[in-house]
Design a protein around this ligand. Structure first.
Ligand code: FAD
Length: 453
């Protein structure tokens, strides 16, 4: 049995970043990945459904300007980016189900607009007062963690459409859970982790740029640099540990190391048996975490027909099956691609349909925004991560009511020689690739510091 300095479980961005930084520092590292590919929740696929090869982002894809950990990693790896198409008017569908164009101000009544601005200000103030890595330290943390975002919004504002719009940005669009299912504190953490709530509202910030060739290029390039230190098809089922080190079991094979990094989502840690068992608090904390659900849908058309209509492809509506949609045409592609998202309870509803009916319902929903042409794509790709055992949902995990103040501090605590991390436990960049880079970098720095102490 080979003995390493550090074993990393999981070749997502968290695990690969940690492994690469440790390898650079001269440590003997091995990365064990259960899938037959690297990248975890990042996957860029090529299909030829449309007659010629077309590339689709099945998982994460956008980079925002405040995500400086990811941006500097992209620069270091030599991976160029390009901006999302954004010329033209956007569309909003409100309670009357009519699609309205707008350029600057949301086409809602002046009082609803004022109420949205007021709620935005309150959330920005709360987010500014919070360290997203320690949300439980916010002055009013216990109270905010004991009520849902929905309840908090009802306490603050009596304009239903304003509340539903704010809930949309934090619920379906971010945590991918309904606003009654997570706490107001968890919502503020989401905003604080992105710099402010205003940033989450602004598609030009949060969905700013894409990576040429796809965001999976990041883990692919990290893995290329790590070479044969990355082993695919290695589903870790058992970890035996003492204060001195670990033995990691994969089928009949075993790997030994002084340290272990478990770089998988908190909910997926449960698939691994630990001997001795992890402290009860570690298990209980993760039992109160769950993935949100979202189906990401991409439809390709012979041309980006909405552009000819003066539309930028951005559309949203708090009452719509596809609650948000964007122009997702890759740079240099003459065919047009729309991406739409079906989240939380709507994801449950479409999940119950057969494939044909689901496609029809989703294309109908795109047609509410973009008209009849949206019903006739030349390629159609759905990605739904809830059925993948090694992930279990999208985009990331979050706590149920009260969990953040009760157990938030547990998820990053090491146990003996074992560190835990993924984008789901990030402060800045929470649930995003930027958070994965940060967590991977922090874990490596901690291990490097301890190794040389
Ligand atoms: P993961 O990517 O989940 O990696 C964990 C790895 O561990 C996986 O490869 C898994 O196979 C492996 N593993 C698990 N258990 C074991 C085991 N027992 N043994 C061995 N290996 C194991 N983020 C953005 O920044 N921008 C976006 O636009 C964006 N959009 C998204 C859209 C979708 C549909 C999804 C799903 C995610 C999106 N995200 C986005 C989130 C982003 O993809 C994730 O936050 C990030 O990729 C998580 O990286 P990670 O390394 O922490 O975890």
């Amino acid at each position: 049995m080979n003995t390493h300095d550090v074993i990393v479980i999981g070749a997502g961005v968290t695990g690969l970043t940690a492994a690469w930084r440790l390898a650079e520092a001269g440590q003997e590292v091995v990365v064990l990945e259960a899938r037959d590919r690297v990248g975890g929740r990042l996957r860029t696929d090529v299909t030829d459904q449309a007659g010629a090869p077309a590339s689709f982002e099945i998982g994460g894809q956008w980079v925002s300007p405040d995500q400086d950990a990811l941006i500097s990693l992209l620069a270091e790896l030599g991976l160029p980016t390009y901006p999302r198409h954004r010329d033209g008017d956007s569309l909003y569908v409100g309670r009357d189900r009519a699609a309205r164009r707008f350029a600057e101000d949301l086409p809602v009544s002046p009082s609803t607009r004022a109420a949205i601005a007021e709620l935005t200000k309150k959330l920005d103030e709360l987010a500014a007062a919070m360290d997203p890595a320690r949300p439980w330290e916010l002055a009013d943390a216990r109270h905010l963690d004991s009520i849902s975002l929905r309840t908090w919004l009802e306490e603050q504002c009596d304009d239903a459409e304003a509340r539903d719009n704010i809930a949309l940005y934090l619920g379906p669009a971010m945590l991918t859970k309904p606003a009654h299912a997570f706490s107001a504190l968890q919502a503020v953490q989401m905003a604080a982790s992105a710099g402010s709530f205003s940033n989450l509202l602004d598609a030009d910030v949060i969905l700013d740029r894409r990576v040429v060739g796809g965001l999976q290029s990041v883990p692919i390039e990290l893995a290329r640099r790590l070479g044969d230190r990355v082993r695919l098809g290695q589903d870790v089922t058992h970890v035996a540990w003492t204060e001195e080190g670990v033995v990691v079991h994969v089928g009949d094979d075993a790997y030994a190391a002084r340290r272990l990094v478990v770089a998988v989502p908190p909910t997926v840690v449960r698939r691994i048996r630990f001997t001795p068992e992890l402290p009860a608090e570690q298990r209980i904390a993760r039992e109160h975490q769950s993935f949100g659900l979202v189906v990401k849908v991409q439809a390709m058309y012979p041309t980006p027909f909405w552009r000819a209509d003066g539309l930028d492809g951005t559309a949203f509506g708090p009452y719509e099956l596809v609650h948000e949609a964007y122009d997702n045409t890759p740079e240099g592609e003459s065919r047009g691609v729309l991406v739409g998202f079906v989240s939380d309870v709507n994801a449950d509803a479409v999940g119950a349909l057969d494939a044909e009916e689901r496609r029809e319902r989703i294309l109908d929903a795109l047609a509410t925004y973009f008209g009849e042409q949206a019903r006739h794509p030349i390629a159609y790709v759905e990605s739904d991560w809830q059925h993948q055992e090694l992930t279990g949902g999208a985009y990331g995990t979050s706590f149920d009511l009260g969990g953040l103040t009760r157990w938030g501090h547990v998820l990053r605590q090491p146990v003996g020689p074992i560190e835990f991390g993924s984008s789901d436990v990030a402060g800045l960049g929470f649930q995003h690739v930027d958070g994965a880079v940060r967590v991977g970098t922090e874990i490596a720095a901690g291990l490097g510091a301890r190794a040389t102490a």
